[in-house]
Design a protein around this ligand. Structure first.
Ligand code: HEM
Length: 487
């Protein structure tokens, strides 16, 4: 009996060691921490603690373009690879890490546009709603955005020292509510989260960040038959989207002051009823609600932070805006061609992209050779934007410096190369569908704020505090002092 008590644990330990060794051997030629190759608990631990992004940046500086960070997970920061992995011809599909954000509605899984792994369905869904996101279509949402900018300016004019990070988030939530469902969430008015909407989005992205490394375990815990019935998985987002849809069914589209995204989805569903059925519309709403809040807010606040830290850049932008002689809330056509404003947004997204980990794709049948290394089918490969944006050979020796001027050079070849390496909105088949709306919204509100107020950091030594544990970086408070400018 005593010998059994010793033998059994020893056997289990030996089996565990063997398993870890087998795991490690799968991609042992790829450089990276040994433990990361043995178990995915390594990456889960770093992501949960918000340290994976920094760790991968360090590992890329040490090992070069290929870094192993999981049993079958490879981070690549080689720009040549972007088109292969994310382009439409490669046959790479989203990795299992995306499955943890599939919503649950009435005990059934409802994949959103982002979380659907079925490339055929994804392509059909995307095509069916593409008309709602073209540069021309997004002009329909301009009036919705203007209404939120008006409220934003009004609230800031009542403040002297305040946390701009929160105010910008409330503004983005209200603007997203307006252009998605025709009404603001009400965050600016309440000066806080309303109905837990911000928390709902964060819960979904947190769940993605925390569980994306362990999708099988997530499935076991959150998607077993009992859990599905008890709705403990990220079901609330699907429920919120479904309730918006139900609400709209009781209203006429004539009640809307301007067209919104939901109306466009409903119109599109008449043309493609099979693709854009009720769960298709719910899936689209889930992707747009969560895509539109924190991502734009983080980017806008980061832009303000970098401008305040770089007075020379702020001055240049203020001069450009002043020379353009704009109204209090400029129109898209008035600001779309302002080169410095454009460069500020691009550079902010280069220095501070919102995704916190590689956007993972699975190597298709036959495997692939990347940067001279062969990866078999099923390996998860992906680029983390912040790692790709650190390439000195593309962006120059000063990659870590915020310098919008790098986007204003006359060397077309260099510019083309930088554009092709910019992954702030991802790339290829699954590139951000809302990027035209996001850019329009950021350009308009940033210009309106900087024209009306003189902003400065309350603490000149302040840094940008961010939580990188979620799938999208959240910003902490950023206190600024504001004064209304003399006209
Ligand atoms: C600065 C703001 C934004 C940033 C940085 C951003 C970034 C991204 C990124 C990186 C992805 C790819 C995610 C992945 O594959 O893992 C994405 C996808 C997406 N974004 Fe955005 N986004 C922004 C604003 C918006 C807005 C305003 C909307 C909606 C109005 C939106 C809707 C979407 C949708 C629907 C997808 C899924 C596309 C697909 O899978 O085909 N985003 N976004």
């Amino acid at each position: 009996m005593a010998s059994l008590l010793i033998f059994l644990p020893a056997l289990l330990l030996a089996l565990l060691c063997l398993r870890l060794l087998v795991n490690w051997r799968t991609l042992s030629k790829a450089p990276g921490p040994i433990l990361a190759g043995c178990t995915d608990l390594w990456r889960a631990y770093y992501q949960y603690n918000g340290k994976l992004r920094k760790k991968l940046l360090d590992l890329h500086s040490k090992h070069g373009p290929i870094v192993r960070y999981g049993v079958r997970s490879i981070s690549i920061n080689d720009p040549e690879v972007i088109n292969i992995v994310y382009g439409s011809r490669g046959g790479f599909i989203t990795a299992d890490s995306y499955k943890v954000i599939i919503g649950i509605q009435n005990g059934k899984e409802v994949p959103s546009l982002v979380s659907t792994a079925d490339e055929v369905r994804h392509g059909a869904l995307r095509r069916s709603v593409a008309n709602a996101f073209t540069p021309t279509a997004v002009l329909d949402y301009e009036k919705w955005i203007d209404a939120s900018i008006e409220e934003l300016l009004d609230l800031v004019s009542k403040k002297s020292t305040f946390d701009i990070s929160s105010i910008i988030l409330w503004y983005n939530m209200d603007a997203a509510g307006r252009f998605s469902f025709g009404e603001p969430v009400g965050c600016l008015k309440a000066e806080g989260d309303v109905g837990g909407s911000i928390q709902l989005i964060r819960d979904r992205f947190n769940h993605w960040g925390w569980w994306g490394s362990l999708p099988q375990l997530e499935r076991l815990i959150y998607r077993n038959p009992i859990a599905l019935r008890q709705k403990i998985a990220p079901s609330s987002m699907a429920a919120a989207a479904a309730s918006r849809l139900k609400l709209r069914a009781s209203r006429s589209s004539n009640d809307l002051a301007h067209p919104d995204l939901l109306q466009k989805f409903l119109d599109a569903s008449k043309d493609s009823p099979q693709v854009l059925d009720t769960s298709g519309i719910i899936g689209m709403l889930m992707s747009t609600i969560s895509g539109a809040g924190d991502t734009s807010a983080t980017t806008m606040t980061a832009a303000i932070f970098y401008l305040l830290k770089h007075p020379h850049s702020l001055k240049k932008l203020e001069e450009e805006l002043s020379q353009a002689d704009l109204p209090e809330i400029p129109t898209v056509s008035q600001i779309s061609k302002l080169p410095y404003l454009n460069a500020v947004i691009r550079e902010t997204m280069r220095v501070f992209p919102t995704p916190t980990a590689p956007m993972e794709r699975l190597v298709p049948q036959g495997g692939v050779t990347i940067a001279g290394m062969f990866f078999p089918m099923g390996t998860s490969v992906g680029c983390m934007p912040s790692a790709v944006h650190q390439r000195v050979d593309v962006f120059g020796e000063d990659v870590n410096t915020f310098r919008p001027e790098r986007w204003l050079i006359s060397d077309r070849e260099q510019l083309r190369c930088m554009e092709a390496t910019h992954m702030g909105f991802s790339r290829g088949r699954r590139v951000c569908l809302g990027q035209n709306i996001a850019v329009l919204q950021m350009k308009k509100s940033l210009s309106a704020l900087l024209m009306k107020f003189k902003l400065s950091l309350a603490d000149p030594n302040a840094s940008l505090k961010a939580d990188f544990s979620s799938a999208v970086a959240w910003l902490g408070p950023l206190y600024v002092i504001s004064q209304v400018k003399q006209q």
